[in-house]
Design a protein around this ligand. Structure first.
Ligand code: CA
Ligand code: CA
Length: 438
C-alpha cells in the first residue's frame, strides 16, 4: 500500500524550486479592497499584550527594497530569508500551495506504509514499547526520514521585524507551517491558513490504552518569540476535516496538529479579529507541564485574544498553561463533537470576560471551562445563548469533583475598546477573519 493520498491539490512541477525569483514591488499600488497603507499599519497602542513595552510594529519601517509581493511558496521563503532582520513587508497575493506536489514526493526510497502497518500492528508489536528506538532502515526509520523532508518543505521561518499581509480577499496558504521562532516584532494579517496535513503521522502504542497516531505541524507557531500580532487571519481545516481521515489500528489517522500554538516562553502576543474554525486541538498556550518547560514558560506566555470567532472546534480555544491570558469579546460557536473552550492548565491565570457563546441543544454551559490543573480563573459578563452566565458557577454545578476557584489574581490593562458581550456575535460575524483588512 502506498502512502494515503492526503491532498487533492497538485502542483504541476517542482522544477522551479531552485530558480528563486523575488518580485520586488515596493512601488506597487494598493489592491482594490485593501486600503493603501494597510501593510504599514502597526498594532494600536494599548491593544492587548503585544502592545506591552515597545509594542508591535512588524515591518512598518521597511524601505522600498524590503517590500516583496509573492505568489509562490518558493518566493515567500526566499523573501523571508532576504535581508536578515531589516524591517520587511511581504505581501501575499492569492492562495499559495505550501504542501508540495503530494505526500509521495516527500517519501524516501523504501518507505512503504503497508510495511509500517504490518510491522507495528498491536497484535504483533504490542502496546508497551514506543517506536523511538527503531533503526534508520526500519519502517519507522524510513517514516522519520520521510517526515523530515516534509518538515523542511512546509515550514517557513519568519524573521524579526516582519509584516506578512494578504492582498485583497483571497490570500493565504494551503498546508503551510509558519514558524515565528525566537524573534521579536512580527505581524501576520489578512491570511487564510488551511491546516497542514502530516503525511507521516507516528504510531505511539503507549499513548493511552489504545495507542494514538500523532502528527506535527501547526498552521502557525509562536515559539519563544515576543511582540506578535495575529490579526484578521482565518485558520481552518478547510477541505480536509478530521471526518475525512481514515482509521488504522482502530484509531483515527490524525494528520492535524494545532492552528496556532504559543509555546516555549513566548510573550506579548495579541490575536484579534481572527476566525479559528473546523478543527480539533486549536490553540495551545504552553505545551507541557514538565519541569524543564515550566522553567522557560513561568512568568511568560502573556496573550490577549479579542474579537475572534471560534467556530466548530473540539477543544483548546485556548488551553492555557502558566500564562496570563486575557480573552474578551470573542464569540464561540460550538458544533457537533464540542468538548470544551477554555482549558485551565498548570499555573494559568485566565481572564475570560464579555464573551458570547452559542451552544447547540444538548451542549452544557458547564463544559465551556475545562479544569486540567488547580489554577484560578476570572470569568465575568459572559453570555451563553443570549443569557448572562457565571461560567465558573455553572461549571462547578455541572462537573462534580472539578471545582474551579474564582479570581485570576490580575486585571488586564491592555484593552482598547470593550464591546457589550451581546453585540459581539454581530460584530465578530461581520468583521473577523481574512479578506477584510482595509
Ligand atoms: Ca499535522
Ligand atoms: Ca503544536
Amino acid at each position: 500500500m502506498r502512502t494515503p493520498k492526503c491532498h487533492g491539490r497538485v502542483i504541476a512541477t517542482l522544477v522551479g524550486c531552485t530558480a528563486l525569483v523575488l518580485a520586488v514591488t515596493g512601488t506597487a499600488p494598493a489592491q482594490a479592497g485593501q486600503r493603501a497603507g494597510a501593510e504599514r499599519q502597526v498594532l494600536p497602542a494599548g491593544d492587548g499584550w503585544a502592545a506591552y513595552g515597545a509594542g508591535t510594529t512588524g515591518g512598518a519601517a521597511a524601505d522600498r527594497s524590503h517590500v516583496y509581493t509573492v505568489t509562490t511558496w518558493e518566493q515567500f521563503k526566499a523573501a523571508l530569508a532576504d535581508g536578515g532582520s531589516a524591517p520587511k513587508i511581504i505581501r501575499v497575493r492569492g492562495t499559495i500551495d505550501a504542501d508540495g506536489p503530494s505526500c509521495d514526493s516527500f517519501a524516501v526510497p523504501g518507505y512503504d506504509f503497508g510495511a509500517y502497518l504490518a510491522k507495528y500492528a498491536p497484535e504483533s508489536w504490542g502496546r508497551t514499547t514506543t517506536l523511538d528506538g527503531e533503526p534508520a532502515d526500519s519502517p519507522e526509520g524510513l517514516r522519520r526520514a520521510s517526515a523530515a523532508n516534509q518538515d523542511a518543505y512546509i515550514k517557513a521561518e519568519v524573521p524579526a521585524n516582519t509584516t506578512v499581509i494578504g492582498v485583497g480577499k483571497d490570500a493565504g496558504f494551503n498546508g503551510a507551517s509558519l514558524q515565528i521562532k525566537g524573534v521579536d516584532n512580527v505581524i501576520v494579517r489578512n491570511l487564510r491558513f488551511e491546516s497542514p496535513l502530516d503525511c507521516f503521522p507516528q504510531w505511539d502504542p503507549t499513548d493511552t490504552a489504545d495507542g494514538n497516531w500523532n502528527s506535527e505541524y501547526d498552521s502557525a507557531v509562536v515559539y519563544g518569540s515576543t511582540h506578535v500580532w495575529m490579526d484578521h487571519d482565518t485558520f481552518t481545516d478547510g477541505d480536509h476535516p478530521d471526518s475525512t481521515l481514515p482509521y488504522y489500528f482502530g484509531r483515527i489517522y490524525e494528520q492535524h496538529d494545532g492552528e496556532l500554538d504559543i509555546v516555549k516562553g513566548a510573550d506579548y502576543v495579541t490575536a484579534s479579529w481572527n476566525v479559528f474554525e473546523d478543527h480539533d486541538k486549536t490553540i495551545l498556550v504552553g505545551n507541557s507541564d514538565s519541569a524543564a518547560t515550566a522553567a522557560v514558560d513561568r512568568g511568560h506566555l502573556k496573550v490577549t485574544f479579542h474579537h475572534n470567532l471560534f467556530r466548530n472546534l473540539v477543544e483548546r480555544a485556548p488551553r492555557v498553561r502558566f500564562g496570563q491570558v486575557d480573552s474578551y469579546n470573542n464569540h464561540f460557536v460550538a458544533g457537533d463533537g464540542y468538548s470544551y473552550s477554555y482549558g485551565i492548565g498548570m499555573e494559568s491565570q485566565l481572564v475570560a470576560e464579555h464573551n458570547a457563546f452559542t451552544l447547540p441543544a444538548g451542549a452544557k454551559a458547564g463544559s465551556i471551562l475545562k479544569k486540567w490543573k488547580e489554577a484560578p480563573v476570572t470569568a465575568a459578563d459572559n453570555y451563553v445563548n443570549g443569557r448572562r452566565t457565571d461560567l465558573i458557577a455553572v461549571h462547578n454545578a455541572e462537573v462534580p469533583g472539578e471545582t474551579l476557584q474564582s479570581g485570576a489574581g490580575w486585571t488586564p490593562a491592555l484593552r482598547t475598546r470593550v464591546d457589550p458581550a451581546r453585540a459581539v456575535p454581530g460584530l465578530v460575524g461581520h468583521r473577523a477573519g481574512a479578506g477584510r483588512v482595509g
